[in-house]
Design a protein around this ligand. Structure first.
Ligand code: KIV
Length: 261
């Protein structure tokens, strides 16, 4: 527990100018790998709707889904801060609903929760319940239909509004804010305007840290977005391996004597 990352330790990293490395994970083996690699914050994102469940958006993801994935990711984490997403519909109805949903995520194994957009009252109430909360501004995937797709946010005048909202989230008690798909110069202005960490994804280099989706950095996703980088071609490598397995069984070269008991 000594080296365990907490919400306050992320603030210390930010203040010391040490980049905060964040990554999503949805299962036990990926959690083990991320934690061993030194990822500081592991997010059980509602991106599991698109990466794991095969949906077009994150909207169909239920609180039970995030609780389940949080509970299995928890078993693979020793050091990183484990943050769980409040999915669409689990906090939008009332402040009470937001607190109740957050409590369920914490009971499932999370050490903090994240919600999208400017739900400042919910952030205050969740924080009051002793639960660290992260905000998420810019392109917020749960508003896919309002934005008309995964579109860059904060261009022009709306950038100043985002800075004000970021300040409100900080005042409400958020311990950090994810900034998604906003111009790099705006991300820099937000980062300089608040004293909590900003975690970018498609938001340039000036944030306090970076977050990426597991399937994107490992090249498992179908589409390589501009804001991601395939650090390996996971989809190709896995396809080749499975094809070799299929061919080997069909040809009778696997299992061989060395695989027999
Ligand atoms: O759900 C998710 O994976 C996220 C990250 C993209 C920040 O919210």
């Amino acid at each position: 527990m000594a080296d365990m990352i907490t919400a306050p330790s992320l603030k210390k990293m930010r203040d010391a100018g040490k980049k905060i490395v964040c990554l999503t994970a949805y299962d036990y083996p990926s959690a083990l790998i991320a934690d061993a690699a030194g990822v500081d914050l592991v997010l059980v994102g509602d991106s599991l709707g698109t990466t794991i469940q095969g949906h077009e958006t994150t909207l169909p993801v239920d609180l039970e889904d995030v609780c389940y994935h949080t509970s299995i990711v928890r078993r693979g984490i020793k050091r990183a801060l484990l943050v769980a997403d409040l999915p669409f519909g689990s906090y939008n109805v009332s402040v009470e609903q937001a607190v109740e949903s957050s409590i369920l995520l914490m009971k499932a194994g999370a050490s903090a929760v994240k919600l999208e957009s400017d739900y400042t009252e919910a952030i205050s109430a969740i924080t009051k319940a002793g639960i660290p909360v992260m905000g998420h501004l810019g392109y917020t995937p749960q508003s896919f239909y309002r934005f008309g797709g995964a579109k860059i946010q904060g261009k022009g005048d709306s950038g100043s509004a985002l800075i004000e909202i970021a300040k409100e989230l900080e005042s409400a008690g958020a311990f950090g804010i994810v900034l998604e798909l906003i111009p790099a110069d705006l991300a820099k202005r937000i980062t300089n305007a608040i004293s909590i960490p900003t975690i970018g994804i498609g938001a340039g280099i000036e944030c306090s840290g970076e977050i990426q989706v597991w399937h994107d950095i490992l090249g498992i996703s179908e589409t390589p977005f501009r804001h991601t980088k395939f650090f390996m071609n996971g989809r190709d490598l896995m396809s080749q391996a499975v094809q070799q397995y299929v061919d080997s069984v069909r040809q009778g070269s696997f299992p061989g004597p060395e695989n027999s008991v």
